[in-house]
Design a protein around this ligand. Structure first.
Ligand SMILES: Nc1nc2c(ncn2[C@@H]2O[C@H](COP(=O)(O)OP(=O)(O)OP(=O)(O)O)[C@@H](O)[C@H]2O)c(=O)[nH]1
Ligand SMILES: [Mg+2]
Ligand SMILES: [Zn+2]
Length: 322
């Protein structure tokens, strides 16, 4: 007789899906063919994407050898995704696939650094859009404050706090702010993401030494393409606390957002939408735009508006598979 077990996918390595059950016991599983989605790119080329991801709740059959076969993926509460990197052989207009980073989340912890690498508010805004559109609570961590003796980062803290986001300032080196992060993570399933080298793994190690994550050196993230963390892995650190450490993100193009909807995911812009003359307004070149007016009056930050424009531009060149 088949034994059916319920569990959560915590790691994916090529075709192997690692799942833990309620008691924490780990199983190596395979995925049935029907969970693969195929996309045709060119006449003769097929690209298949597995549709299970880290965080998925699954049911699997147990084989005699102790491995499993996933037979059901339960509906996701939510998930964070982005456009998969461009594929070789894809057309100029860039057919882009969806890459799901993780599912069933309570928090997206967006880690950035004051310096090394340079503070990157564009990336923060992009991840915020992904979080907002997926209905996952974002929290911003500004790490390496020890490297900003003039406290320039305070302006960013102010900006994001004024938008209603939780913002933490931290330094792993000087042990500042790290405990506050722990309070946010506790009892939740947390996706920790951000650029390579900002200190995601360092922060997590300092809170939960048991994680023993690999920490990079400066050269790791300045030399292109080298990442310390290879794939996303979810780990249980406490009774109900789960952490997903992800490798550094260089590109974050939120997937499947229409240009007329983009402004809904910018809290500061969305306030002014009903003041636009046209309801199809993209808040760029249209006359009678409430957002542009608010910008002129200094009610919207120029930086945030610039992030909006940058995203708008990426969306326009898209072609989606569904
Ligand atoms: N000065 C300073 N350095 C830090 C701080 N936190 C981490 N670092 C250093 O930054 C470098 C990168 O840290 P990691 O924790 O590997 O960064 P990461 O975000 O996990 O990077 P990826 O795994 O590549 O995405 C290491 O050399 C850390 O020692 C901090 O608060 N201040
Ligand atoms: Mg790391
Ligand atoms: Zn407008």
């Amino acid at each position: 007789m088949e034994v059916v077990i319920e569990g959560t996918v915590f790691k994916i390595e090529s075709k192997d899906y690692y799942v833990f059950d309620e008691s924490g016991k780990e199983f190596r599983c395979s995925l049935k063919g029907r969970f693969q989605k195929e996309f045709s790119l060119k006449k003769d080329k097929l690209y298949a994407v597995d549709i299970a991801c880290v965080g998925d709740k699954v049911e699997f059959d147990l084989n005699k050898d102790g491995s499993g076969v996933i037979k059901q993926i339960k509906p996701r509460k939510n998930y964070i995704s982005r456009k998969a990197p461009r594929l070789k052989g894809a057309g100029v207009r860039g057919e882009r696939l969806e890459q799901i980073i993780a599912s069933n989340l309570d928090n997206v912890i967006i880690v950035s650094s004051c310096d090394q690498p340079k503070f990157n508010n564009r990336l923060i805004d992009r991840i915020l859009v992904a979080a907002e559109s997926s209905h996952v609570q974002p929290v911003i961590v500004i790490n390496k404050i020890d490297l900003d003796k003039k406290h320039n980062y305070k302006l960013w803290v102010q900006l994001y706090k004024s938008l209603g986001y939780g913002v933490l300032e931290s330094s792993v080196v000087e042990k500042i702010g790290v405990i506050n992060l722990k309070k946010i993570l506790e009892g939740k399933t947390n996706l920790v993401c951000g650029q390579s080298g900002v200190g995601k793994s360092s922060l997590l190690n300092s809170l939960y030494p048991v994680l023993n994550l690999k920490v990079g050196t400066i050269s790791n993230y300045t030399s292109k393409g080298t990442h310390t963390t290879v794939t996303s892995v979810m780990k249980k650190v406490d009774v109900n606390t789960f952490i997903i450490d992800t490798p550094g993100i260089r590109e974050m193009d939120p997937y499947g957002i229409k240009k007329e909807d983009l402004s809904h995911y910018f809290r500061d812009l969305s306030e002014y939408l009903n003041e636009c003359k046209f309801n199809t307004c993209t808040h760029y070149h249209e006359p009678g735009c409430g957002v542009v007016e608010a910008l002129k009056q200094g009610k919207i930050s120029k930086e945030r508006y610039q992030s909006y424009l940058n995203l708008l531009e990426t969306i326009e060149e898209d072609l989606f598979f569904s």
